[in-house]
Design a binder for this molecule. Structure first.
Ligand SMILES: [Zn+2]
Ligand SMILES: [Zn+2]
Ligand SMILES: [Zn+2]
Ligand SMILES: [Zn+2]
Length: 375
């Protein structure tokens, strides 16, 4: 009977530890799970999870693994979910991990800011720079429910505001949504026309790069960071190459376990440790917060080349599931299967590596790059 149990449960996924009665079921699991070394990992048992939320459940939820949760309770950080050597090193870490809320920009004076960035001619294979965007809307239409762009803010990676303006609404405003926006008619009276706003933002983002090159491999164009970027680009009536977008609403590690989006307020509270949007929404606070979330994800240190596929040259060339016959796959060990497993999203930690070291073509093959028209 004991032997039978051993036989029955011997096919264990090397990444998430799920067990299967038949090897072919493990093979199917590996094909559809897209496990990789870029997934959030338990610092105690080294299980890989599909999102930080599933890792949080594993490590501190009501059904948490007993050993992992007791170690985490003593030496784990509730914000980044990393586990430290000792409670002392955890204490030191928390001072850096828990951030304080950025000073609000407010609406009392009416600032227009534009930072004239110099184009970087020396760009060759450097890491791409990121710019975060936030937009504020007021209401149009008979019931005030139509979103009209009223304010835009851009910050750079150092949290410096590089562009801010109020935007002249294209149709009349029927609800300024004052309690949320703090905006009145006065703010928008002499505001910048949408077309001019769009041109200025495009100039900052493309950074002197041609549209063709930006769409191909980015070139010196900037990464655009934001929460719900599609809706922000829609309200600006502009588009930007898909592979240069970094959207915290649809980045798998930051999504709910059912892959629905979290709000920016939730993500900021959970992953940065402070509350935004307690009264009016402050566009600068939102913008800085989304940049901080992006940078925190970029700073993840994921090992590559040992286990789990990566997008780097050496692991990419030879093996994928498609290259193997089903018999070959069934003969592979769980570790070997993990080695050829490919992520179905591009981990943001790869943004902190020079672009020319990455196999950008791999994303195209995987259908992750979608060509979007650039206006
Ligand atoms: Zn698994
Ligand atoms: Zn990664
Ligand atoms: Zn664990
Ligand atoms: Zn932490």
């Amino acid at each position: 009977m004991v032997i039978l149990m051993d036989v029955v449960y011997r096919h264990k996924c090397a990444a998430c530890f799920q067990q299967f009665k038949r090897k072919e079921h493990l093979v199917v699991h590996m094909k559809i799970s897209h496990h990789s070394v870029h997934q959030p990992k338990c610092g105690v048992c080294h299980k890989y999870c599909k999102s930080f939320e599933s890792l949080r459940e594993h490590i501190s939820g009501p059904l948490a693994k007993a050993h992992c949760s007791s170690v985490f309770a003593q030496k784990g950080c509730h914000v980044c979910l990393n586990v430290f050597e000792s409670p002392v090193s955890l204490g030191e870490h928390k001072g850096l991990c828990l951030l304080t809320i950025p000073t609000p920009l407010g609406t009392t004076n009416i600032p227009y800011t534009e930072y004239e960035a110099l184009e970087d001619e020396s760009y060759v294979g450097k890491c791409p720079e990121a710019v975060a965007i936030d937009c504020q809307m007021v209401g149009g239409g008979s019931d005030g429910s139509l979103d009209l762009l009223a304010r835009v803010c851009l910050v750079d990676e150092d949290e410096k505001m590089i562009f801010h303006t109020y935007v002249k609404p294209q149709i009349s405003v029927t609800n300024y949504r004052y309690e949320l926006t703090g905006l009145t008619e006065e703010h928008l009276r002499d505001a910048m026309p949408l077309r001019e706003v769009r041109e200025k933002i495009s100039r900052i983002l493309f950074n002197g790069e041609s549209i063709g090159k930006a769409r191909l491999d980015g070139g010196k164009a900037k990464l655009l960071v934001g929460h719900n970027l599609d809706s922000k680009l829609d309200c600006l009536l502009m588009s930007y190459p898909e592979q240069l977008l970094r959207d915290t609403a649809i980045y798998p590690p930051l999504m709910k376990t059912n892959f629905a989006s979290h709000s920016l307020k939730y993500l900021t509270k959970t992953y940065l440790g402070y509350d935004i949007r307690l009264g009016t929404y402050d566009t600068f606070q939102d913008c800085v917060s989304v940049m901080r979330l992006y940078k925190r994800m970029c700073a993840q240190q994921h090992q590559e080349g040992k286990i789990g596929a990566s997008f780097s040259h050496d692991t990419k060339q030879n093996h994928t599931f498609a290259d193997q016959t089903s018999q070959d796959l069934e003969n592979m060990s769980p570790d070997e299967l993990f080695q050829i497993s490919e992520p179905n999203y591009k981990c943001w930690c790869l943004d902190s590596r020079p672009r020319d070291l990455l196999d950008i073509g791999a994303y195209e093959l995987n259908g992750i790059l979608k060509n979007h028209n650039v206006c």
